[in-house]
Write a protein that binds this ligand. Structure first.
Ligand code: CP
Length: 321
């Protein structure tokens, strides 16, 4: 199954997701025995214009566990020629000439798409802009739910937090919309509610959702609470923030087999007392990032293996001159 670039969640079909998840299960076993040398000689460029702990480290660990090597800059805005005014496209043209895949986190929405247009190698969007997407986070979120529940059809989920700029929540909503009988409760303070573009997409695909401002009334009916970060300075009052937070009191209302997920980092929206509850799976979820990213890299390299070598530098045809 061909996968050229990973830019947004919409590009994943259900069969592709199932193939990815099957590979991720395999990668759990590969990682447990210390990795493989199958991808020795492959190079991943990890180009981060914004801070990251989980995404960068798990992608880099994934590449090393596959036997490959990594070129990395974690503060590309300061440690690349962007300082000299270089455009992203030129940076990508150069980096795609010395790597087999580029993992890019960019501060502008659409940054990954711009990069993909000029790259000779697959580009993976590791988060773009304030209201863009973070598709690989959504893949590992979905894998975590699938791993625990063995199906995604019929899932009832609350997606909670600062949703207007929540690129993980946005990417996850697109993926959930591909499954049958999914119900999504978007819960947020009113000033940071989910964007119209996502709601329109769900309407077009007949996906059930509602919007509310308080997680407590629905806590007892959901299979998953997908909590996301809420920056207190983006919310008008502490009471509306508290209505979107998880504490021990809320735990008592939740189903015994429910899951609490969070892409992390968290601020005030999950009380640390929740961490010891068996339903709190956010650290396990973060760990699944390694397996899903290993699996994703193998899919991207497979596509690469099938294509004949293109000349480098690219040859200009006579009529282009
Ligand atoms: N979940 C996530 O994207 O975390 P990082 O910002 O640490 O990569």
């Amino acid at each position: 199954m061909k996968l050229e670039h990973v830019i947004e969640s919409q590009q994943f079909t259900v069969p592709l997701l199932m193939e990815l998840f099957a590979r991720a299960r395999q990668m759990e076993r590969v990682a447990a025995r210390g990795g493989t040398r199958d991808y020795a000689g492959r190079i991943m460029a990890s180009l981060f214009y914004q801070p990251s702990t989980r995404t960068r480290f798990s992608f880099e660990a994934a590449m090393y566990r596959l036997g490959g090597r990594v070129l990395s800059t974690e503060h590309a805005g300061a440690f690349s020629s962007e300082v000299e005014g270089e455009q992203l496209e030129d940076t990508i043209r150069i980096i795609s000439g010395c790597s087999d895949v580029i993992v890019l986190r960019h501060h502008e929405e659409g940054g990954a798409r711009r990069a993909a247009r000029v790259s000779r190698v697959p580009v993976v969007n590791a988060g773009d802009g304030g209201g863009g997407q973070h598709p690989t986070q959504a893949l590992l979120d979905l894998y975590t739910i699938y791993r625990e529940r063995r199906t995604l059809d019929g899932l009832t989920i609350a997606i909670v937090g600062e949703l207007d700029r929540g690129r993980t929540a946005r990417s996850l909503a697109y993926l959930l919309g591909k499954f049958e009988r999914v119900k999504i409760h978007f819960v947020s303070p009113p000033e940071v509610r989910m964007g119209r573009d996502i709601l329109d997409h769900l309407d077009e695909h007949d996906v059930w959702y509602d919007l509310s401002t308080d997680v407590e009334p629905i806590a007892g009916e959901v299979d998953v609470i997908y909590q996301t970060r809420i920056r207190p300075d983006r919310v008008a009052d502490g009471a509306s923030l508290a209505r979107c937070a998880i504490d021990e009191r809320l735990l008592r209302r939740m189903k015994p087999d429910a899951m609490i997920l969070h892409p992390l980092p968290r601020t005030v929206e999950i009380d640390k007392a929740v961490d010891g509850d068996p339903r709190a799976l956010y650290f396990k979820q973060a760990g699944n990032g390694l397996f899903v990213r290993m699996a994703l890299l193998t899919l991207l390299f497979e596509r690469d293996d099938e294509e004949p070598d293109a000349p480098w530098p690219p040859q200009r045809r006579r009529e282009d001159r």
